[in-house]
Design a protein around this ligand. Sequence first.
Ligand SMILES: Cc1cc2nc3c(=O)[nH]c(=O)nc-3n(C[C@H](O)[C@H](O)[C@H](O)COP(=O)(O)OP(=O)(O)OC[C@H]3O[C@@H](n4cnc5c(N)ncnc54)[C@H](O)[C@@H]3O)c2cc1C
Length: 393
Amino acid sequence: MKKVLIIGGGFAGCAAAHQLSLIGGWDITLVEKAPVLGGGVKTFWHGGHPYTFGPRHFLTQDEKLFNYLNQLVPMRRCQEHEFITYVEKDANFYNFPIHKGDIPRMPDRDKIEQELKEVAGAANARNLEEYWIGSVGESLYNKIVNGYTKKMWGLDSCTELDDFAWSPKGVAIKEGSRACWDEAISAYPIALNGYDEYFDIATEETTVLLNRLITEYDPENKRVFFDNEWHSFDLIVSTVSPDVILGDIHGELPFLGRDFFKIVLPVEYAFPENVYFVYYGGDEPFTRAVEYKKFTNHKSPHTFIGLEIPSDRNKLYPMPIKREIAHAQQYFSDMPEGIISMGRAGSYKYIDIDDIIDQAMAMAQQINEGGLDHPVPLFGEEIEAVAAEMNKN
Ligand SMILES: Cc1cc2nc3c(=O)[nH]c(=O)nc-3n(C[C@H](O)[C@H](O)[C@H](O)COP(=O)(O)OP(=O)(O)OC[C@H]3O[C@@H](n4cnc5c(N)ncnc54)[C@H](O)[C@@H]3O)c2cc1C
């Protein structure tokens, strides 16, 4: 039997293990440095309240991905979900993404309406600022997008962001009865421990080694060093940042992280009905507050709110900057045959749970069809296209 090593037991590593076990013929080992599987999607508990590190709400446009997960971890559809944003200058909350129906409540509505009539469009936008101003005008951009986005990415200006593929926040102004993503399936596991069961089911056929830190990598020979010895494999599926595997040969890839703060409030619900997240674009240190009961359906006379604060203490968000995507591409180009890099850090792309399942399925299909020689992650073509464009300029 051929041997495969999976590095990292987050959603990506577990999904990869599951897909490889479904195709069969592989002796699968998964190495995870933490004491538990699940990475950021693992459910923890605080005062009896279940929560994950940041919301891990399952949103997808692809029914196949929903069905896959739902079959293993029964999901509760929550199509009613809504997000809002606080605008201090207006002393008001509005829908997020921006909704046309909110404009009459805005103090500068006349100016906004005029700007909306005059918007130039975003087709030729070179960066996120031009994109949004071209889509909704300067006032709405400054009111709702600019402060939040700068805070989210730890930047001084949205002109530094020139890759838009990351943004799930809606592409322009929404109309209709709700601002939210009605076109997507919105769901969360029914079980109070969220996705946890998935990690066990997905790795049933896998040798899982927790609390294991790989201290050396020999990608050319598909070997890694842990437990005081070298271990060799026929294939390595890595879900960690590619610079880790290749020893920073092109310099460290930048990421942004988050600190997480937990607050229990003495009320049954804090946010209005159906509101799951509140986004903050002002000078408060946090980007958003999430009321976890809205997802988990946990019953309690109290509610639990998680606050996320941008931080450099962990590596969670690859930067949506073409220069850095091209930087990541240098690593993908150098990745030896037999090493596949996937997951959020492994792809150096802001992807979600549904994308990760999709990647794992595509990866297994590719291997099943006989290809072990594809070192770049799924979405590699996109990344290559960005790199090619960078090289041209
Ligand atoms: C704050 C936040 C909120 C999010 N909310 C949503 C959401 O609402 N909906 C959604 O669909 N997606 C959401 N996402 C995205 C989604 O959850 C992630 O894309 C996905 O969970 C990433 O899975 P992963 O396995 O690639 O990474 P991770 O979950 O980061 O897992 C990586 C694993 O690798 C381990 N590891 C790291 N280095 C090593 C090493 N050297 N050796 C061994 N193990 C190692 C880590 O301990 C970790 O367990 C969110 C992401 C963040 C950061």
